[in-house]
Design a protein around this ligand. Structure first.
Ligand SMILES: [Mn+2]
Length: 419
């Protein structure tokens, strides 16, 4: 068997609207609107510059089931470019772009295979020899709750490299809807050599070999929680059937989150500089990409009280946005500035004093938050998060723990002030 190379991508979400982000800055809004298109263009270029033999896309090509004509044309044009270079493309659709969504009559170039709702094997030939076969299936509708992995058939021959192309939630990842749920064991028993998965937007390799099970993540972050580099996997398969993957970043706008510590700062002026410095650092890390970031002010210090004063945080946010508004690309857009600072109270020594405040501080602040406390708090706030459709997302333990911590500090602050 000849060695060959393919690119594994997923969750392109072409034409993501990025509603709400950067609305106050047209430059940011326009750039985000184009971001998923440009990232896809980068994917096409990657396949060409790396001389890939084929590309596999594991679902959620489009962001919306009623895919826009523009999105379909731009996707088609990218695949035409690949076809002209002799690079084939294999596609399955996922929960964002199921087969029952609206689609215009687009004709696909030769060498593009879009899988239907029944799994089938398609062979891939290189230099007149079949070296690989790809089996895939698309979502017929948005909410697929069946285990699709077990519907895949084993490869006909052990002499070719078998790829399973599927949009699925493996191992019940709670950060994503539980569509096409299956387990690592299901995938391991399939006889397939490489599971090219999509759906989970954070890159992860669930199994390194026998079979390889991998999510490349999305190619462009779409959300404050989708931070860091996003891209695709370039996979090299050698004549023995062993494979090696390399991640390549394709995103054009990077989402980041950073903390700015007020502990050693005395003036608003110095905090303003520290915030600018933080955005400078993010810009450098993103290597010529534009950055949308959330900045969190943390630490205890004298500035805490000044930040609590009306409008201070908004003014700092305006200031840092102003710094970057005149700059050309690459720019940084601070999407939100969050104040999580704490008052400057010497808790440890104050808690040692033998009075009500001392005792309260000792009880409330120096003990860690126990899991039963988290459970109780989750119960208390659960009404807010259930009942209504489209209600707020249920908070996780980490979030509840952060609230408890914040409440403790608020208590300390009130007691300290009222002393
Ligand atoms: Mn997706």
């Amino acid at each position: 068997m000849d060695s060959f190379r393919f690119v594994h991508a997923a969750d392109l979400h072409i034409d993501s609207p990025f509603a709400g982000v950067g609305d106050t800055d047209s430059r940011v809004a326009t750039r985000l609107r184009e971001a998923t298109y440009e990232a896809f263009q980068n994917l096409v270029d990657l396949c060409i510059t790396r001389n890939a033999d084929f590309l596999v896309i594991a679902g959620d090509v489009y962001d919306g089931a009623d895919r826009s004509v523009r999105a379909q044309l731009r996707f088609r044009n990218g695949l035409v470019k690949l076809a002209e270079k002799g690079i084939q493309t294999f596609v399955v659709h996922g929960n964002h772009d199921p087969l029952d969504g609206w689609q215009s009559s687009i004709s696909w170039p030769e060498g593009v295979h879009i899988f239907g709702a029944t799994p089938e094997w398609i062979k891939f030939e290189k230099n007149g020899e079949v070296v690989a076969a790809v089996q895939g299936m698309s979502y017929p509708k948005r909410e697929v709750t069946d285990n699709l992995a077990v519907q895949f058939s084993p490869p006909e021959s052990g002499n070719l490299f078998a790829i399973g192309l599927l949009h699925a939630n493996v191992g019940a990842n709670s950060a994503h809807p539980n569509y096409a749920p299956c387990t690592v064991e299901d995938l391991s028993e399939s006889g397939i050599d490489y599971w090219a998965l999509g759906h989970v937007h954070t890159r992860q390799t669930l199994k390194r070999a026998d079979p390889v099970i991998a999510y490349p993540g999305n190619i462009q972050g779409r959300h404050p929680n989708e931070t860091g580099a996003r891209g695709a996997l370039v996979v090299d398969v050698d004549p023995s059937g062993a494979s090696r993957s390399e991640f390549v970043a394709l995103d054009v706008v990077r989402w980041e989150r950073a903390e700015v510590d007020i502990s050693n700062l005395d003036t608003i002026d110095s905090l303003d500089s520290a915030i600018r410095q933080a955005t400078d650092n993010l810009s450098v890390q993103a290597q010529d990409r534009d950055v949308v970031c959330r900045l969190v002010l943390v630490g205890r210090g004298p500035l805490h009280e000044q930040l609590a004063a009306g409008g201070a945080v908004e003014d700092l946010l305006d200031a840092v946005r102003g710094v970057w508004s005149g700059a050309g690309s690459p720019w940084v857009w601070v999407e939100r500035l969050v104040d999580s600072t704490r008052p400057e109270i010497d808790i440890e020594s104050r808690a040692k004093q033998d009075d009500f405040l001392g005792a309260t501080l000792k009880r409330a602040l120096l003990s860690s938050i126990e899991s039963d406390e988290i459970e109780r708090l989750t119960e208390v706030v659960s009404d807010v998060y259930s009942g209504r459709r489209n209600a707020l997302e249920k908070p996780d333990d980490e979030q509840v723990s952060a609230w408890a911590e914040e409440a403790r500090w608020y208590l300390a602050e009130l007691l300290e002030q009222g002393r």
